[in-house]
Design a protein around this ligand. Structure first.
Ligand code: PLP
Length: 385
C-alpha cells in the first residue's frame, strides 16, 4: 500500500528529529527558569541558550527576543498604539498589506477604525506607491508587511517598504513566519523594527514562537501581565520544552536551508510544468520572487474544496488557498486583493513542499492530479450546466 504524501508544509510541518530529541531531554528538567536553585538555573540556561540562538539567526540582540505561544501571539503583541522609535511621536494607526495573515489583519490593540490596508499588485507584491500615498502627511503609523505570503509564497519588498515607513517617522513590523529558515534575511537587512517567527513552520513544535525587537523601540507593553518573565514583556512560566524544540528546529533548518531551497525549487518547477498540462491552469505569483516551496494554482470552474477532497482520497494532503480554521473554504482574500474574482479566489489550491518531499511524492501528486482534473472538471461542468 502506498503511504500518504504530505504537501501542506506552509500549514504546518513534521517535527524534526532534532527537535524531538531536544524536547525529550527538556521534559526531564524539573525546574522553571525563574527559580534560583540549581534545577531552575538549568531550565534558565536552556531558555537563554535558545534565545541567543534565535537572536543570532535573525541578527538581533538576545534580550530583544520575546518567546511567545507562536506567530499569532507575537503578531498580537506587536500591535499596540504608542509604539515609537527614539523621540518620534507614537504610532496612532496600523497600516497592513491586504494579503496579511488573519492574525495581522485582526490588528492587535488598535481600534478597528485605526487599521488601514494597502493593496498589492496582480502578482501579489505590496504596492509601494500606494503605501507611500497612504502614509503621506499622516501622523507616524505602525506598518506590517509579511516577508513571504503563506498562500502564494510571494516575497514582499520589505526593505523598500521600511524606507518609506521610516521616512514618515513610523515603524515596520515584519511577519516572517513563512520566510524564516526558507530564505535568508536578518532584521538589519530588512531594516525592520519587529519580526515575528513561529516554530511549527520550520519543524519545531506547535505553540512556540517569538517576537523579535530591534534596538531603540519605546512604548512596548505586554499583553500578559503577572510575573516578570521575558523582561516583563510576556508574563507566564516559559514553555521550556517548546523553546528547546524551537531552537533545535531552527538550527537544523538553517543548516540545510541553502541546499533545501535549490532542491525544492527544482521539484516545484517539475510540479508546475506537470500542472500546466491541464488546460486553463493558472499559477499565481509565478512572475514574482517566491518561496522555493510554494505553488498556488487554480483551474477556473473547479472548486478548491472539491480538489482538496479529491487529493485527500488519493492519499495526498494539500490545502485550499484559504481554508479557515473550521476547514470551510472561503474565497482567498489574498487572490481577491490581487484582483481576481470570487470564482478564481474560491478555486485556489496550495501545494507546499518541505525537506522530506521527494521526487516520488511529486510523481504521485501529478498522477493524482491528472486523474482528478479529468473527472472533476467533467463533473463540475456537468453540475453547473
Ligand atoms: N503568520 C503567517 C504568515 C502564517 O502563515 C501563520 C500560520 O499559518 C501565522 C502568522 C500564525 O502562526 P501560528 O500558527 O504560530 O500562530
Amino acid at each position: 500500500m502506498l503511504g500518504r504524501v504530505y504537501l501542506d508544509w506552509n500549514a504546518t510541518t513534521a517535527l524534526r528529529k532534532e527537535a524531538r530529541e531536544a524536547m525529550a531531554a527538556a521534559w526531564d528538567l524539573c525546574g522553571k527558569p525563574s527559580s534560583v536553585h540549581a534545577e531552575g538555573r538549568e531550565a534558565r540556561k536552556l531558555v537563554e541558550d535558545a534565545r541567543a540562538f534565535v537572536a543570532s539567526a535573525v541578527g538581533a540582540v538576545p534580550r530583544n527576543v520575546v518567546f511567545t505561544s507562536g506567530g499569532t501571539e507575537a503578531n498580537a503583541l506587536a500591535f499596540r498604539p504608542g509604539l515609537r522609535r527614539g523621540s518620534n511621536p507614537g504610532a496612532e494607526s496600523l497600516v497592513v498589506s491586504a494579503i496579511e495573515h488573519a492574525s495581522v489583519l485582526a490588528g492587535g490593540r488598535f481600534a478597528a477604525q485605526a487599521i488601514h490596508t494597502v493593496g498589492v499588485t496582480r502578482s501579489g507584491r505590496l504596492d509601494l506607491e500606494r503605501l507611500r500615498e497612504g502614509l503621506e502627511g499622516k501622523p507616524p503609523a505602525l506598518v506590517s508587511v509579511m516577508l513571504a505570503n503563506n498562500e502564494t509564497g510571494a516575497v514582499q519588498p520589505v526593505a523598500e517598504a521600511a524606507e518609506i515607513v521610516h521616512a514618515g517617522g513610523g515603524l515596520l513590523h515584519v511577519d516572517a513566519v513563512q520566510a524564516f529558515a526558507k530564505i535568508p534575511f536578518d532584521i538589519n537587512m530588512l531594516n525592520a523594527d519587529m519580526v515575528t517567527v513561529s516554530a511549527h513552520k520550520i519543524g519545531g513544535p506547535k505553540g512556540a514562537g517569538a517576537l523579535i525587537l530591534a534596538e531603540g523601540l519605546f512604548g512596548f507593553e505586554p499583553l500578559l501581565r503577572g510575573g516578570g518573565q521575558e523582561l516583563g514583556r510576556r508574563a507566564g512560566t516559559e514553555n521550556v520544552t517548546g523553546i528547546a524544540g524551537f531552537e533545535a528546529a531552527a538550527k537544523a533548518a538553517l543548516g540545510t536551508m541553502a541546499g533545501d531551497a535549490i532542491r525544492l525549487e527544482g521539484l516545484r518547477t517539475r510540479l508546475e510544468s506537470g500542472l500546466r498540462q491541464t488546460p486553463g491552469v493558472m499559477v499565481f505569483s509565478d512572475q514574482a520572487a517566491r518561496l522555493p516551496n510554494t505553488t498556488l494554482f487554480a483551474v477556473p470552474g473547479l472548486k478548491a474544496e472539491t480538489a482538496v477532497i479529491g487529493f485527500d482520497l488519493a492519499g495526498i494532503a494539500v490545502s485550499s488557498g484559504s481554508a479557515c480554521s473550521s476547514g470551510k473554504v472561503q474565497p482567498s482574500h489574498v487572490l481577491e486583493a490581487m484582483g481576481f474574482g470570487p470564482e478564481i479566489a474560491k478555486a485556489a489550491v496550495r501545494l507546499s513542499l518541505g525537506w522530506s518531499t521527494s521526487d516520488a511524492d511529486i510523481d504521485r501528486c501529478l498522477e493524482a492530479w491528472r486523474k482528478l482534473a479529468g473527472t472533476l472538471l467533467r463533473d463540475e461542468r456537468r453540475n453547473t450546466a
